[in-house]
Design a binder for this molecule. Structure first.
Ligand code: PEP
Ligand code: MG
Length: 876
C-alpha cells in the first residue's frame, strides 16, 4: 500500500492535527457539524518532509492521490478544473500544526487561464470580476511561485492608474484589467524566460510545491525560532474550492472571533470587507469594517455567523478564529482554528470558560502558555500624567500596553537601534512578514493601514508588543526619514508614545506605570498553587528582588548571589581592594569592611523574608567581572587604594585569565583564601542571630558552596564554616540551626554526588554552569553560532534557556539517584536560568527536584509551569 499523502476533508478530524495541520484537521470537524464549508483536500506534513528531501519531485502515489481528490472536489462543487465553461478554481494554502499567521504563502484563484477566465465570466455574469480574479492570480502566482518581484506588478497598476487619473484599484475597467494581464504575462516571460503556465494541473503542482517550500522561507524560520516551534513539524497544504467574496456587493469576506482576542471579553468580534478577497484583509492593504456593520447590511448572515461561532467554540471548547466568505449572500466557512490571543485575553478566556463550565480546572491551567504571562506585566500610561493635548492621532488598539520610544521607519533601523540598546517604535504603512525582525526589535508598532486582524496586529499580539494600526492622519516619507502626524513633522529618532489599549498616539515621552495584575491572573495563580507540587523560590540578591519575589508568593530565596551585592560603586572598590591585595593583612582589612556591609544586607534580607528559607551562596565571581577595565576606573582605584597605577596594572595583568569561566572562581577562590569564607560565614550567622533575637524568629540560614567538583573541596569549606560558626556561638553564647549545601555545576560533582551527600543538607543545580561544562559551550560566547546549531536541529532549543535533557538532564538524574542512595533527606533544587523555563520545569518535576528558584518576574511562569507539569504527569 502506498503511503497516504492526501486526505479529503470528510476524512479529516482533530486527531489528525500533526499530519493535516490544524486548518486541515478542523475542516472535517466543521463539515461534521453541518456548517457550510467549501470542499477541500489536505496534503500531509509528511508529504512536505518528503518533497523537501526529494527536491520536489513528486512520487507517483502523491500525484495519483492529488488527482483522485481533485475529482472529489469537482463532484462536490459540480464544476470542473480547467473547464472553459464551468471552471473550478482553487485556493492553495499552508496549514501547520501550530498556526503561524501570515508566515507562509497562499495562492488564490488557481485554475484560471485564458480560456477558463471566459468560463468564470459567463458563470458569474460579471466580466470585470473574472478578469480581476485572473489579474490577481497571475500576480500572486508570479510572485510566490515564479519569484517575480511584487514591485514589477505594482508598477504596472500604479502607472495605469495615474495615466487614467484614478485612485482605487476598483475603478479599473475590464479593458484596463485585460491590458494589465497582458503586461503581467510579458513581465513573467521576461523575468523567467518562460510563458505563464496555462495548464491548470501544472499550475496546481507548482503552487503546492511553492507553498510547501514556504515552510523554509526566511520569515517562517525566524518566526519558529522566536516562538520555539520545531522546524521538523512541517506544514500541510490545503487545496480548497474557491468561493468569491469579490463577486459583487452582495459578497464579502472576513475574519471573526468567538470572543475578543485582545481583551478576552466574551463578545463576538471581527472584521469584514464588502466585495473583497481574503488576502485584502490579511495583508492589511485595505482597512476592513467592524463586523457589527455587517448586521445592518446582511442581517441574516450576521446572525448565522454568530451562531456558527458559538457552535464551533462549544465544539472545540476554545475561542475560535473563523475565516468566512459570503458569495452572493451565501455564507461559507473557509476555516476555523483556535484563535491567537493576547496573554491578557488568554487568562481571561481560560478563567471565564472555567466559570461557564465549558472547561475543567486542569484544562484552564493547560490553556495558558506560561511564557506569555511575562507579557502581562506590561506597562501602561500613568493616569496621573496623561496629557490629552499631546494626542496626535487615534488608531485601532491592536495590541495592549504602553510604550515610549524613538521613531524608526524600517525593520533594519529598528534592529540596528535595538542592538545599541535604544527603545524604538517602528512606523510602517503596513507590516509584511518581512518586518518580523523589526517587530521583534522594537517596543511598539504604529501602522497607517490594516485592521485588528492584519499581519501587524496578529504578530504584535502574539509577541506581546504594543501595536496601533490604521493610524489616521499619518503620512510616511521613508526616504526622507520623516513622518507627518496630524500636520506635525517627526523625524527618525524623535520620541512618541503609543497606548496600545486605547489606540492613542502621543507626541513625546510619557510617564508609564507597571501593570496591575488582573483578578483573572490572581485566580489563575491560586489555581496553579492548588495543582503544583514543585516549590517556587526566588533568585534574589537585593531587597527589591526579594520583595518582588514575596509579592509573587515565592516560598523563599533559592539563590542569593553574594557577589551581586557588591555591584554598586561604593562596594565594588572594597571588593577590588580585596582581590588586588597582595598579602593577608591587606586582604583582611578589605574583608573587615566587607563584613560590615554584608552583615547589614543579610539582616535586611532575613527581616524581609521572615522565616522563609534563604540559600546564600558563598562568593562566586569570575575575577574578570570585578577588575577595572577602563583607564579612568584604574586611576580611580589607584587613588582609592593609595597604590601606584603601575601596581594596579601589574596585579590586573597577573590575575588575567585566558578562560575565566573555567578559572579562579567559586570555591576555588575560597579554598586559596579561606579568610573569605570566614568573613561570609560570620556575616550570615551573625545577621541571623541578631534578627532571630530582634524578631523572635527562627531563621535557619542555608550556606551554599559554589562550583565544587570534588568532595574534598566541600570538606575543606565545611570545616571552615563550622569552625567559624562554633566560634560565633561561643562569642554570642547563642546557637541557631543552619544548613550547608552545595551547587552542582561541575559534571564531576554530578557523577560523584554520593560522596557529597554525606556532608550536606541540600544540592542545588546551577544549570547555567552545568550546561556550560557538560556541553563545553561558553556561556558568554556561544550565542554567535548557537542560532545556526538550532537551525540545523543539532539542539532543538537554546540549551542555556531550555535544559538539554539528554546530556545535562541525564547528569541531573544520576546526581539525584546517587545522592539519595546515601542521604534520603537531601533536598534538591534548580537555580539556573532553566528554573523558569516551562519545558525544563516539566523535566525537573519528573526527575524528583523539590524546588525551582528563578528571577522575580518569572515566578508566575514557573508557578503555572509547575502546575501544568503535575497535570500532564497525571494525564499521561
Ligand atoms: C548556575 O551556574 O546555574 C548558577 C546559578 O550560578 P551562576 O549563574 O551565578 O554562575
Ligand atoms: Mg554557576
Amino acid at each position: 500500500m502506498p503511503k497516504k499523502y492526501v486526505y479529503f476533508y470528510t476524512e479529516a478530524n482533530k486527531n489528525l492535527k500533526q499530519l493535516l495541520g490544524s486548518k486541515g484537521a478542523n475542516l472535517g470537524e466543521i463539515k461534521k457539524l453541518n456548517i457550510l464549508v467549501s470542499s477541500a483536500f489536505t496534503i500531509t506534513t509528511e508529504a512536505c518532509s518528503y518533497l523537501l528531501e526529494n527536491n520536489f519531485i513528486w512520487s507517483k502515489a502523491l500525484e495519483k492521490q492529488v488527482l483522485i481528490n481533485l475529482k472529489k472536489i469537482e463532484k462536490d462543487t459540480n464544476s470542473f478544473f480547467g473547464n472553459s465553461s464551468n471552471p473550478l478554481l482553487l485556493s492553495v494554502r499552508s496549514g501547520a500544526t501550530v498556526s503561524m499567521p501570515g508566515m507562509m504563502d497562499t495562492i488564490l484563484n488557481l485554475g484560471l487561464n485564458d480560456n477558463t477566465v471566459i468560463g468564470l465570466f459567463k458563470k458569474s455574469n460579471n466580466q470585470k470580476f473574472a478578469y480581476d480574479s485572473y489579474r490577481r492570480f497571475i500576480q500572486m502566482f508570479g510572485e510566490i511561485v515564479l519569484g517575480v518581484s511584487s514591485k514589477a506588478f505594482e508598477r504596472v497598476i500604479d502607472n495605469l492608474k495615474s495615466k487614467k487619473k484614478i485612485k482605487q484599484d476598483v475603478d479599473l475597467e475590464t479593458e484596463d484589467l485585460k491590458e494589465i494581464i497582458t503586461t503581467y504575462k510579458k513581465i513573467i516571460k521576461k523575468e523567467t524566460k518562460k510563458e505563464f503556465p496555462q495548464d491548470p494541473i501544472t499550475q496546481l503542482k507548482l503552487a503546492i510545491n511553492a507553498v510547501f517550500k514556504s515552510w523554509n522561507n526566511k520569515r517562517a524560520i525566524e518566526y519558529r525560532l522566536q516562538n520555539n516551534i520545531e522546524h521538523k513539524l512541517f506544514t500541510a497544504v490545503n487545496v480548497q474550492a474557491m468561493v468569491f467574496g469579490n463577486l459583487n456587493s452582495d459578497s464579502g469576506t472576513g475574519v471573526c472571533f468567538s470572543r475578543n482576542p485582545a481583551t478576552g471579553e466574551n463578545k463576538f468580534y471581527g472584521e469584514y470587507m464588502v466585495n473583497a478577497q481574503g488576502e485584502d484583509i490579511v495583508s492589511g492593504v485595505r482597512t476592513p469594517q467592524p463586523i457589527s456593520i455587517l448586521k445592518g447590511k446582511m442581517k441574516k448572515q450576521y446572525f448565522q455567523l454568530i451562531k456558527i461561532s458559538k457552535t464551533l467554540e462549544k465544539y472545540f471548547k476554545d475561542m475560535q478564529d473563523i475565516e468566512f466568505t459570503i458569495q452572493n449572500k451565501k455564507l461559507y466557512i473557509l476555516q476555523t482554528r483556535d484563535g491567537k490571543r493576547t496573554p491578557k485575553a488568554a487568562v481571561k478566556i481560560a478563567m471565564d470558560m472555567l466559570d461557564e463550565k465549558l472547561i475543567t480546572e486542569k484544562e484552564a491551567i493547560l490553556r495558558v502558555d506560561p511564557e506569555s504571562l511575562e507579557k502581562l506585566l506590561h506597562k501602561s500610561l500613568d493616569p496621573k500624567h496623561i496629557n490629552n493635548s499631546l494626542i496626535l492621532t487615534k488608531g485601532l488598539p491592536a495590541s495592549p500596553g504602553a510604550v515610549t520610544g524613538q521613531i524608526v521607519l524600517s525593520a533594519n533601523k529598528a534592529h540596528e537601534e535595538n542592538r545599541k540598546g535604544n527603545k524604538v517604535i517602528l512606523i510602517r504603512t503596513e507590516t509584511s512578514p518581512e518586518d518580523i525582525k523589526g517587530i521583534n526589535a522594537c517596543q511598539g508598532i504604529l501602522t497607517k493601514r490594516g485592521g485588528l486582524t492584519s499581519h501587524a496586529a496578529v504578530v504584535a499580539r502574539a509577541m506581546g508588543k504594543v501595536c496601533i494600526s490604521s493610524g489616521q492622519s499619518l503620512q510616511i516619507f521613508e526616504n526622507l526619514k520623516k513622518v507627518i502626524i496630524n500636520n506635525r513633522t517627526f523625524r527618525e529618532g524623535d520620541y512618541i508614545t503609543l497606548d496600545g489599549s486605547t489606540g492613542n498616539v502621543y507626541a513625546g515621552k510619557m510617564f508609564l506605570v507597571n501593570s496591575c495584575l488582573s483578578k483573572d491572573f490572581q485566580k489563575l495563580m491560586i489555581l496553579s498553587n492548588k495543582y503544583k507540587k514543585l516549590e517556587i523560590r526566588v533568585n534574589a540578591d537585593t531587597l527589591k528582588e526579594a520583595k518582588i519575589g514575596l509579592f509573587f508568593n515565592a516560598k523563599g530565596i533559592g539563590l542569593c548571589r553574594t557577589e551581586h551585592m557588591f555591584f554598586e560603586d561604593d562596594r565594588i572598590n572594597i571588593v577590588r581592594e580585596m582581590v588586588l591585595a597582595d598579602n593577608l593583612e591587606n586582604r583582611q582589612k578589605a574583608l573587615d569592611k566587607l563584613l560590615l556591609v554584608q552583615r547589614k544586607d543579610f539582616v535586611k534580607l532575613f527581616e524581609t523574608m521572615k522565616n522563609k528559607p534563604i540559600k546564600i551562596r558563598l562568593l562566586d565571581f569570575p575575577l574578570h567581572e570585578f577588575l577595572p577595565k577602563q583607564k579612568k576606573e584604574i586611576i580611580n582605584l589607584s587613588i582609592a587604594l593609595k597604590v601606584p597605577i603601575s601596581k594596579v596594572n601589574e596585579k590586573i595583568k597577573s590575575l588575567k585569565e585566558t578562560n575565566p569561566m573555567l578559572g579562579f572562581r567559586g570555591c576555588r577562590l575560597a579554598i586559596t583564601h579561606p579568610e573569605i569564607t570566614i568573613m561570609q560565614t560570620r556575616a550570615i550567622i551573625e545577621a541571623a542571630i541578631s534578627v532571630n533575637k530582634k524578631l523572635k524568629s527562627k531563621i535557619v540560614p542555608e550556606i551554599m558552596i559554589p562550583l565544587a567538583g570534588d568532595v574534598q573541596e566541600i570538606e575543606l569549606q565545611k570545616e571552615i564554616i563550622i569552625k567559624t560558626i562554633n566560634q560565633i556561638f561561643l562569642e554570642t553564647k547563642t546557637t541557631i540551626k543552619y544548613k550547608i549545601g552545595a551547587m552542582i555545576e561541575v559534571p564531576r560533582a554530578a557523577l560523584t554526588s554520593d560522596k557529597f551527600a554525606r556532608h550536606i543538607d541540600f544540592l542545588s543545580f546551577g544549570t547555567n554552569d552545568l550546561t556550560q561544562m557538560t556541553l563545553g559551550l561558553s556561556r558568554d560566547d556561544s550565542n554567535k553560532f548557537l542560532k545556526e546549531y538550532i537551525r540545523f536541529g543539532i539542539y532543538k532549543k537554546d540549551p542555556f534557556s531550555s535544559i538539554d535533557k539528554e546530556g545535562v538532564g541525564q547528569l541531573m538524574q544520576i546526581t539525584i539517584a546517587k545522592a539519595l542512595n546515601k542521604n534520603k533527606n537531601l533536598e534538591f533544587g534548580v537555580c539556573g536560568e532553566h528554573a523558569a523555563d516551562p519545558e525544563s520545569i516539566l523535566f525537573f518535576h519528573n526527575i524528583g527536584v523539590d524546588y525551582v528558584s528563578c528571577s522575580p518576574y518569572r515566578i508566575p511562569i514557573a508557578r503555572l509551569s509547575a502546575a501544568r507539569a503535575e497535570i500532564l504527569e497525571e494525564t499521561n
